[in-house]
Design a protein around this ligand. Sequence first.
Ligand SMILES: [Zn+2]
Length: 425
Amino acid sequence: MAVPGDPRVVTFTSRYAAGAMTEALLGLLRCPFCGTRLDVVGRDERFDWGVLGCQCCAYPVIAGIPVVVADNVTREAMHVMEAGDRARALTTVLGLDGPQAAAFNELVSGTPTYRDLLGVLGPDAEGTYFLHRFADPTFVMVEGVMRALGAAGGFGGGALLDLCGGTGHLTHLLSALAPSSLTVLADVYFWKLWLARRFVVPGVAAVCCDANQPLPFAPETFSATLLCDAYPYIWQRRMLASEMIRASTPDGAIVMPHLHSSLGENYAAGMSLTPAAYQGLFAAHGPRLLDDTALLDQAIDGGAIDLGATVTPEMLGDAPTLTLLASPRTGIFRRWPLPPLPPMRGELRVNPLYRVERRGAGSVLTLHFPTEEYDDEFGECRRYLPESLTIPGDASGAIDPAAAGVDVGALRRRKVLIDVPRGYL
Ligand SMILES: [Zn+2]
C-alpha cells in the first residue's frame, strides 16, 4: 500500500479515454477508510489496469475492476501487477494457485463459456446456483419487484447499485430495466465480478469491496440500491444499513428481497434477524415489509405486483423470508401492472434445467434438477416450469426467436426459454 505522502499518489486531471474502468465509475468511488476521492496514480490506455490512490491507501485496478479492499491478497496482486506480471496478478485476486491457476489459464486461452469457467472458479453448490440463477424462484420474484419499481419510476435519475451482486444476474436485469442509468455491481469476491464483466453483463461497472466495511461510494449516489439474499451473511448489519442509506439519494429506493427471517426455517440462514429488527435498521429511510409468498405468487401470475400490500412483522409471523423496501417516496407503495419483459439482449436458449433431446422435427424438453439439494431449495420453480414439453426444431443451441414456432413471449415469462448473454452456456 502507498502511505500518505507517497510520491506514487499523484492526481491526474487529464480526460481518460472510455476504457474498461470508466471515469463515471471513478467519480463515484471514495476510500472506505478516509472517505477521500480515488485519483489515478497510474493506468494503461484502456484503463484495464492501474493504481488508484486516496489520502491513505493505494488500490489496484485489475482487469477493469477497482479492488477497493485493504488486505494481503490485494497488496500482493498490486505488487505483482506493478512488476509487470498481469496474468499472475489476475490469478492472485481470483484466489487461484497451482493446478487451479493452470486450469484457468488453459481455459481462458481458448473461448470458454460462463459455464466452463464456473467449473474452475465456483465448482460447488454455489456454481450450480449461479448457472441456474436466471430462472430460480427468488430471481423470478425479484424480477417482478424490480419491474414494478421501474413502472413506479423508482429507479430515479441516479446510478443504480447491485450490492453483493455475485456474478451479476440481477445487474443484468437492472441494466435492462434502466438502460440509461449507470449500474454498478459490487461484491467482495473478485472472481464473481470478473465473470460478470466477461459474460453476464459485459463491461459492467464493477467494484470489489467488502460490505463489512464502509461502502466505497460517495454520499447520495444511488437512486436505487438492490441487496438480494446476502444481508444476513454480513456481520456489520447495522453499519451496512447506515452505509446503504448514506450512499442512497435522499429519496432513493433500497430493495432487499428474500431476507431470511430468524423466526422461520431457511437453508444457510446466515446471521438472520427478526423482521422487526430489519425494519428498525432502516428506520431512517421509510422501510416497509412485503410478504415474499405473495410477491412470488404475483410474479408468477405476471399481471401486477402490489408494492402497497405492506405487512407488519406480526403478520409475517414465522414466514422464512420477507422483502424490505425502503424509500421516503411513498408514492411507490401501491399496485403496479407489470410492463412487458425487457427486449431480448443476448441469445434465446432453453433453460439449462431442461434436458433437450431431438425427436423427429422437434425437441423434447425434460426438467432435470442438477442435485437433490437444488430440487429441495428451488423446486418451487415447478410452478412455472412444466415437467416436459416439445418444441419445434433443434433447441439444443441458440434459438432464432423469429423462427422458433412457439410463443416466445409466453415461454420467456415461464422461464422455459431464457435470454442469456452470448457465451453463457
Ligand atoms: Zn483512504
